[in-house]
Design a protein around this ligand. Structure first.
Ligand SMILES: Nc1ncnc2c1ncn2[C@@H]1O[C@H](COP(=O)(O)OP(=O)(O)OP(=O)(O)O)[C@@H](O)[C@H]1O
Ligand SMILES: [Mg+2]
Length: 444
């Protein structure tokens, strides 16, 4: 029996296992999950046509519901290639919401509980790690954001309890949690030679998490680090919210978002109801739009549209289930612009000739409020630590969304005396959780 550490991320996940025990103690390594990749998209594709299964399909009795499925990159690819089935992404975002116990239809009358999607994904991670390490795993350190849900402690506790239940359901007997930004601080700590105060900024897909931690080679040896954690704070705004705001700004308007109904006898036209556009622009809510009853309601809403073409485009997206493809385009456009270029979002999958240009000005406008709240959260974290911004020696960036230069520029400007250090954007948290697991479970 042995232990592992899981970074179950909103967008990407990873698992660390013990590599070897040396004089200094056990060392950990990340498990290759798809080919050589040490991280894997948090995505599952349920396949509903047993006669036409995509490459990389897993099936077998180990799944409670027996539905064949693909994971990670293969799941996203199966969706893009048009295999029959249902894609699930950003499942972490359902923790702490009413969806967790609800069932979503995956096709042909099959339904899966949202929490079971998470359980099946964790089971897959665990079995890959057991094969890679050649031993059974029964103890796990799971990462968790500082807040699964902002400002609602009961829902936040429920979110952690659901994740723990999922981990137990796959066979872990001992489940502990560590905050993701603190894990990232442990990773950073391996690479420094003197004691200092670091502000860790872990900006991922679902949450932006900060912690002020006193790190140093001597301190790394202690198991109880409570005194070294000066503050730990976060906000539920990150990459998937950026995707939503970019989608709403540049993809949803031709589908009717922000549009108006017909003018009738000089009365003010009423705005088109906007909920469906928010749901289509939010990774973890897309499937709610495809429920038969919801689709029927939307079909009957022609009268709400002054421009019938907008309603037709919306119905094409719903009927052909293009939701994930569209947010995927928003995400890709965000990354292109964050890396310095302008782009033009190709929307010909909705209609020939349809496209939407996106440059820095639009991205700044779409993300300005989000970035402001994230920077404010960083400042609050330092204030909660009872120190001045100038006391921070290092600003440690991890999480995929620290690829957004506008954001790191603003954070660096808020802490001008700190040196900016870039960690491994996708693996720091998992590596740090592994270090913590070795300290916690590897003492014998
Ligand atoms: N170059 C880039 N520029 C901007 N954003 C990027 C870039 N590369 C990846 N991202 C974004 O990073 C996010 C994923 O980051 P990461 O894998 O750290 O999140 P996560 O750990 O799954 O989420 P969380 O920790 O919030 O649960 C996605 O929203 C993705 O679009
Ligand atoms: Mg993360």
């Amino acid at each position: 029996m042995s232990y592992c550490a899981i970074d179950f991320g909103t967008s990407n996940s990873a698992i660390a296992i013990m590599q070897a025990t040396q004089a200094a103690g056990p060392s950990m390594r990340l498990v290759p999950l798809e080919g050589e990749h040490l991280t894997m998209p948090t995505a599952v594709f349920y396949c509903t046509d047993a006669d036409d299964l995509p490459p990389g399909t897993w099936r077998g009795t180990s799944f409670d519901d027996n539905l064949p499925r693909t994971f990670g990159r293969a799941a996203v690819q199966a969706y893009i290639d048009g295999y029959e089935g249902r894609l699930m992404r950003s499942m972490k975002s359902i923790l702490g919401t009413a969806l967790v116990d609800q069932t979503t239809e995956v096709g042909h009358g099959f339904g899966v509980k949202y929490l079971d999607v998470i359980t099946g994904y964790l089971r897959h991670l665990r079995s890959l790690a057991e094969q890679a390490g050649g031993r059974a795993l029964d103890q796990v350190v799971m990462g968790r954001p500082v807040f699964f849900v902002d400002g609602e402690p009961e829902r936040d506790a429920a979110a952690q309890a659901s994740l723990e239940a999922a981990a137990r359901a796959v066979g872990f007997k001992d489940v502990s949690f560590q905050f993701e930004p603190i894990a990232a601080a442990f990773d950073y700590e391996q690479h420094i030679s003197q004691e200092e105060l670091v502000l860790v900024a872990d900006i991922g897909g679902g949450t932006s998490d900060f912690s002020v931690v006193r790190v140093g080679p001597q301190r790394a040896k202690r198991l109880d680090r409570r005194d070294d954690i000066l503050a730990n704070h976060g906000v539920h705004i990150a990459g998937t919210d950026f995707d939503r705001h970019i989608s709403l700004a540049s993809i949803m308007p031709p589908l009717g978002y922000g549009g108006f109904g017909p003018s009738i006898k000089g009365a003010e036209p009423r705005p088109v109801p906007s909920r469906v556009y928010f749901d289509l622009a939010t990774w973890h809510l897309i499937n709610t739009v495809y429920q038969p009853q919801r689709t029927a309601e939307l079909r009957n809403m022609t009268d709400f549209y002054g421009d019938p073409a907008q309603h037709q485009r919306l119905m094409k997206v719903v009927q052909q289930r293009l939701g994930h493809a569209l947010v995927g385009r928003a995400e890709q456009a965000k990354i292109t612009v964050s890396q310095g270029g302008d782009t033009d979002i190709d929307l010909t999958l909705i209609e020939a000739g349809l496209h939407s240009p996106l440059g820095h000005a639009q991205v700044d406008k779409a993300l300005g409020a989000d970035l402001g709240r994230i920077v404010a959260c960083a400042r609050d974290t330092v204030a909660q630590a009872g120190i001045q911004p100038s006391d921070i020696r290092a600003l440690y960036f991890t999480g995929g969304s620290t690829g957004l230069q506008r954001l790191t520029d603003q954070l660096e400007a808020a802490f001008p005396d700190a040196k900016a250090v870039r960690g491994d954007r996708l693996a720091s948290v998992a590596t740090g959780l592994g270090l913590h697991a070795a300290r916690l479970y590897g003492r014998t």
